[in-house]
Design a binder for this molecule. Sequence first.
Ligand SMILES: [Zn+2]
Ligand SMILES: [Zn+2]
Length: 291
Amino acid sequence: MIRFLMGAENPNISDGSGLMQMWLFLYGTHLSRYLVFAAAVYMLFYVWRKRKWAHRKIQQRIAKAGMIQHEVLYSVLSIAIFSSFIMMIALCTHYGLTKIYLKISDYGWGYFALSIPLFIFWHDTWFYWTHRMMHHKALYKTIHAIHHKSTNPTPWAAFAFHPIEAVFEVAFVAMVFVIPMHPLALAVVGLHQMAFNVMGHSGYEIFPQGFVQHPVFKWLNTPTHHNQHHQKFTCNYGLYYNFWDRVMGTNHATYETYFNEIATREKVDNDSAPESVSMAKPAYATSQTTV
Ligand SMILES: [Zn+2]
Ligand SMILES: [Zn+2]
């Protein structure tokens, strides 16, 4: 696969058919990954465990009709843009313009292992600051509002961005012009990104009580953290880690209280409960902006 992308087994890489073949391959791979992750999380939380885990649903109301279609449509479009950008990176690599390397022995296993958290930290930083930029009034209404149309997001919202924002979302990969990266390390970064994005939009809190006060785990963003961003808009901008929000003081003042309120809700026997009504009445949620 890697050799195919870099042109080693794709001699027509620089002509139209080779490029189309590569784009279809990238699009197919990225789209399937999104569909598998989002569908698995959706089926688990919204279908199979819907009643059993009702107390863990962050916002107790169900998403507005038509919202999932909006989330899927924009995500599918964003993935086409991501694939085009990655195809350009692969082309540049074919012509020796990036620092992507194919032999792990070129930099060793130590560097390979280190390059993954380094790239993830870079992505976390890029995301935080471009996300804050997207909340500037000049960009919010025309671009970022597409993502915020989901005020009660589902896993399908993971990539529901305006096409311009989708370019910003994938542009962090351009760091391969500066930092040597193996394609396998980039694939791990991609999977990590997919898992966090789907989890952050899942609408369900999966972590236990006290998680956000734990000396180590408090640095990890929770589904509640991003869900609260979709409710309150001007807080909780981070993606993976709670580093930049803590440094910049942009965590919502009620984030920890809200998380603990959700994590301590009592599980109720929901077997006889109606489909869309919460059994675990969230006292806090009544003051939220929900759909
Ligand atoms: Zn979001
Ligand atoms: Zn936002």
